[in-house]
Design a binder for this molecule. Sequence first.
Ligand code: NG1
Ligand code: ZN
Length: 567
Amino acid sequence: MASSEVEPAKTILLTSVANTIERFPLREGSFSYGTAGFRTLWERLPSVVNRMGILAALRSRAKGGQGVGAVVTASHNPIFDNGVKLVDPDGGMLSPAWEGYATRLANASQYDVLLTVSDIIEREHIDLSTVGKVFIARDTRPSGEILVDGLLEGAKAVGAHVEDLGVLTTPQLHYAVRYSNLNSKSSSLQGYMENIVTAFRKLVELNPKGSDVKIDPIKVDCANGVGAIHLKHLAEMLSPLAEYRIYNDGTEGVLNEGCGAEHVKSLQVYPIGLDAAPNEHCCSLDGDADRIMFFYNNGETSGHAEGDGFKLLDGDRMASLLAGFIHNFVLEAELDKELSMTVIQTAYANGNSTSYLTGQLKLQVMCTSTGVKYLHAKALEHDIGVYFEANGHGTVLFSDKALQLILAGVESNPDPDSSKKARSFHILLQLSDLLNQAVGDAFSDMLAVQIALLYRGWSYIDWINCYSDLPNRLAKVRVRDRSIVKTTDAERRCVSPPGLQDVIDRMVKEVSKGRAFVRPSGTEDIVRVYAEAETNKLVDELSNGVIAAVFEIAGGVDGKQTHKSSK
Ligand code: NG1
Ligand code: ZN
């Protein structure tokens, strides 16, 4: 665009921005774009969501008009919360540099919005002759529809072409954005469904035991969320090969109330309405279906009625199952010398899962800060990056180099039955299709786990027997100012307030298999305290000791345990 045309174009754009933000006035500030975007009571959000529409369109124009996503969801939060998160053109989380713009825009006065938009255009050298493209989706929250209106208006005000994809799971939106820019797969919802269904079917056919196999039916708690809508469709497509019995489908219960992945993980109890007979395979999705937890009833009574016999298989278990499973085919395809494979965890990964991955499976393990964006970024540095948070977010990424080698292997060995090596190439190719390459996805993770168990001939009991979790405790402590708590070494060590880490070190040293750390939450105004140790008694002592130290040294106001997992 000629420079003389730039100013009029910018003036038109700023006028259009001024008009839209006037319709969605900022009532109060103090928003921060965290690991989950913005998330709070929905009534606080209309101005924020409208401004995120503006930012999404700017991001798209800054990326030469590539598609960008915006999803309205508050995941596992209560029904009256909502949130908004932007998706970059590769289908991943918004680039950290732009998170700063998001926070600035969300808190800006009407006038400062115009200054900020103008500043973004300058700094990011946005060519105002490009046309932006924004994909929008939302979960099932009643407030979603109202909020999407503001999002849509904001994006249109900045000249973006907007495609409202309606009610989708968060991973479906990430997928749509990624493949709208890659053109290698159909980015439509139908394309997403057909992709995973085809990969799952082919993986069943490639199963060395033959395709005439029985896949264990699975009971799926959908948290009364968006997962139910799309799982019904997926289940129809996969019937009668696999059977999904859907619970908490939203027709009666309330979103995330007494159900969902967060509920079963933190309370270690069954979701409401799902009756798990001994050893039946069950799982729980969260409200936007980007997380999954597996569980079963081992038939034992514990005296704790709600959680009698309850056994949880969390993100650490998925990491160990899928990493071991995939690594086996990497070895059989003789790709281990050429491809780097790494498992990425956070400090919340149970110590025994890490020992199992490194000791038994001989895999490289790395630790990053909490939050999917950090794990995803680290996974991208490797040819095969297996990443999972203990709470069930995660997937397996395959680099371009890995995909090229796998494809070349398939092309030179078109018959999977010709050798074990040939079959491995075919299996790896299908796994790379099944596992969502944009973001962790409850559906593709569920299907991948089913495939891994099928190939191994394992039940959940065999899976859980790989290792036993160290007893652990997770607590939250509200402090006067959580910004004083600063960490290093992937959040495993505390560098501020002074003296806190020394006290933690002294306590940890006293305890067999002890480990503890303290970090400020990125999503709540609290500090989280994690502890694990060899026995329940030791972990209680350690956890209580560290909580007391946080109260004393970091100015604790109140605290409570949020998660307890005992032997
Ligand atoms: P914070 O609040 O920063 O601990 C929580 C989860 C993360 C992740 C984000 C949402 C724990 C201990 N933390 O983060 O794993 O799910 O929410 O992106 O579960
Ligand atoms: Zn979620």
